[in-house]
Design a protein around this ligand. Structure first.
Ligand SMILES: Nc1ncnc2c1ncn2[C@@H]1O[C@H](COP(=O)(O)OP(=O)(O)OP(=O)(O)O)[C@@H](O)[C@H]1O
Length: 283
């Protein structure tokens, strides 16, 4: 039995003439302990896929099974790191993380919550900001709190929806390593949704492209046969890395080009010049 299984998933939004099939015939099996990355274009349906796996939305048809059971709601067993850091603005960094810890470990001493929260806040290098409110943090710092929150729930499966996109290269690299450490240490199962092929190759055991929507579907998988722990600098000279990277990029470029040649609608921008606006700058 697969740890997570998506069976013949279809998802449409809207009704009647407005109906759009965003995901079409998605089939995926992830085994316990695996790290899988799905690489996709912007707007291809990645977040829809994450929301289905998370239990936030239900498929139009098909089934999502987690440990053999249908996913009907969200659960702390599946910790999601969203691309738009969802923090509660009226709580401090510490309180935001404690809230997540409480959900996973109900009825513990206050000190236990504080200790667990401190551990994950330190992991994302935010100890100096522990008493700050989200509005006092930069976008990257907020995203790191969101990462700490998701990991603090000790989920059996970590699901990441482009979690590191807003971060600078150094912080991003650091957090990739922290996530890999946690995944490796406790042998969790992980699914990363990203538009960054290199991030996918560095982190995952398998990469599966999501062909762009409407009717987005999964493409063929690419296995990443590079020993762990992986070293980014060494990887650049690794023949297997170069070959896999080229194959994935070639595949993505091919389907990108296919899409362009299939496109029948031409969008013409209206030729408007707001008179008042132009006059403002006419001296
Ligand atoms: N609740 C909704 N109602 C109607 N259409 C929706 C809804 N959610 C998403 N869509 C549409 O479904 C398509 C896929 O959206 P989704 O957010 O899943 O893509 P994405 O790959 O995560 O995009 P991005 O990379 O830009 O975040 C888009 O065309 C979007 O407009």
């Amino acid at each position: 039995m697969a740890y997570l299984e998506l069976k013949n998933i279809y998802k449409t939004y809207g009704q009647g003439t407005d109906e759009t099939e965003v995901l079409s015939n998605i089939n995926l099996k992830i085994e316990e302990g695996e790290f899988v990355a799905i690489v996709g274009f912007t707007g291809s349906g990645k977040t829809t896929l994450v929301n289905l796996i998370n239990g936030l939305i239900q498929p139009t048809s098909g089934e999502v099974l987690f440990k053999g059971e249908p996913v009907v709601d969200t659960s702390h067993e599946r910790g999601v790191i969203f691309q738009n850091y969802s923090l509660l603005p009226w709580l401090t960094v510490e309180q935001n993380v404690i809230m997540a810890v409480k959900e996973a470990f109900p009825k513990r001493e206050k000190e236990v919550y504080k200790r667990k929260a401190a551990y994950y806040i330190d992991m994302v290098n935010l100890t100096p900001a522990i008493n700050k409110f989200p509005k006092e943090l930069s976008g990257g710092m907020r995203q790191r709190v969101a990462v700490a929150r998701a990991l603090a729930m000790k989920p059996d499966m970590i699901i990441m929806d482009e979690p590191l996109g807003a971060l600078d290269a150094l912080t991003r690299g650091n957090l990739q390593d922290q996530i890999l450490n946690i995944w490796g240490k406790d042998k969790r199962t992980a699914l990363l949704i990203t538009n960054d092929v290199d991030e996918g190759i560095y982190m995952a055991d398998r990469i599966i492209p999501l062909r762009p929507g409407p009717k987005a579907t999964l493409g063929p998988e690419f296995k990443i046969d590079i020993e762990r722990p992986r070293d980014k600098t060494e990887m650049n000279d690794n023949t297997s890395y170069k070959a896999t990277r080229n194959a994935i990029i070639e595949y993505l470029m091919d389907i990108g080009n296919e899409r362009k040649s299939e496109a029948t609608t031409e969008y013409i921008l209206p030729e408007l010049t707001p008179k008042d606006f132009v006059n403002q700058f006419r001296y």
